[in-house]
Ligand binder design. Structure first.
Ligand code: NCD
Length: 307
């Protein structure tokens, strides 16, 4: 039963519940008009204390396409946070006006905190460098559509594995399926946090290797997940400038990859994928954007109890 539940990190949903969401998303893709009144009369709040293009707009588009309405803010400066209001009080207030809340906040753990004070379901749309479960649902729906399975994959996670919350959520989610192997491609300074290698990979008996050079491993991969260096989470501008162009996926590197490999990216991209790669059929990051809206439609419909 998904109605009334929160989504703070991917493991809040069982594998069966994830399948339920993906199956509904696939039904919506086939016939979106059949779902256009499903959330009629319901309101989604989008509380974005941090910038966003895709996540916020895809949540809003999802609710509007289900026939519901949307309110919220796109920056903290237009909320009472600037007057010193606590997150708890903001959430108590917003949850008395709405049926479901999607929140992005720079503080790790803020979504969990919000869920304690909310009388309606809270969806974590990114809490600092911690988790971003709806991006993971997006990534997984894309993998399901393009590869047909979440198992037996060699997955390259490339870029800022330290601060990239989408990486943390995806690593955690795909570690629940059998026979996956991760290749962690990053500069030394941007390696994946220790808690992921110990509490996620080792705990689940998942094989992983670390690598600094993408070209050394790209030919082995089934999935390549590129990420941006997370400028906003650096303490020091010089470090960012030094590391920002660590990886650039271009046509030359794509020549080394399998014909069946797919390239995902949560977006926004900065320099890490050259635009010349966009027309390669293996580049699925713009399809991924569309899957993101459909999977959010399915999630909203389930958590609000509309379906
Ligand atoms: C990601 C995020 O916000 O973590 N973007 C997104 O939601 N699609 C990735 C990023 O900002 O690099």
């Amino acid at each position: 039963m998904l109605a009334g539940r929160n989504l703070i990190e991917p493991s809040n949903l069982s594998i069966e519940e994830l399948d339920e969401v993906f199956s509904l998303a696939e039904k919506i893709i086939v016939d979106p008009s059949a779902f256009m009144d499903v959330c009629k009369g319901k309101i989604l709040a989008t509380l974005f204390f941090e910038p966003s293009t895709r996540t916020r707009l895809s949540f809003e588009a999802a609710m509007l396409r289900l026939g519901g309405s949307v309110l919220g803010f796109a920056e903290a400066s237009s909320s009472s946070t600037t007057k010193g209001e606590s997150l708890a009080d903001t959430i108590r207030t917003v949850s008395s006006y709405t049926d479901i809340i999607a929140m992005r906040n720079p503080k790790e753990g803020s979504a969990l905190l919000a869920s304690k004070y909310s009388s309606v379901p809270v969806i974590n749309a990114g809490d600092g460098g911690h988790h971003h479960p709806t991006q993971t649902l997006t990534d997984m729906l894309t993998i399901r559509a393009e590869k047909g399975s979440f198992s037996g994959m060699k997955i390259g996670l490339c870029g800022d594995l330290k601060f990239g919350r989408t990486v943390h959520s995806l690593a955690k989610a795909l570690s629940r399926y059998p026979n996956n192997e991760f290749v962690l491609i990053s500069p030394q300074e941007l390696q994946i946090p220790e808690y992921i290698t110990s509490q996620v990979f080792r705990a689940a008996g998942i094989r992983f290797t670390t690598e600094e050079r993408l070209e050394n491993v790209i030919s082995d991969l089934d999935i390549l997940y590129m990420t941006r260096v997370q400028k906003e989470r650096f303490f020091n501008e010089q470090d960012y400038i030094r590391l920002k162009d660590s990886y650039i996926l271009d046509k030359e590197k794509m020549k080394l990859a399998k014909k069946t490999m797919i390239v995902l990216h949560p977006l926004p991209r900065v320099n890490e994928i050259a635009p010349e790669v966009d027309t390669d059929p293996r580049a699925v990051y713009f399809k991924q954007v569309k899957y993101g809206m459909f999977v959010r439609m399915a999630l909203i419909a389930k958590l609000t109890g509309a379906l």
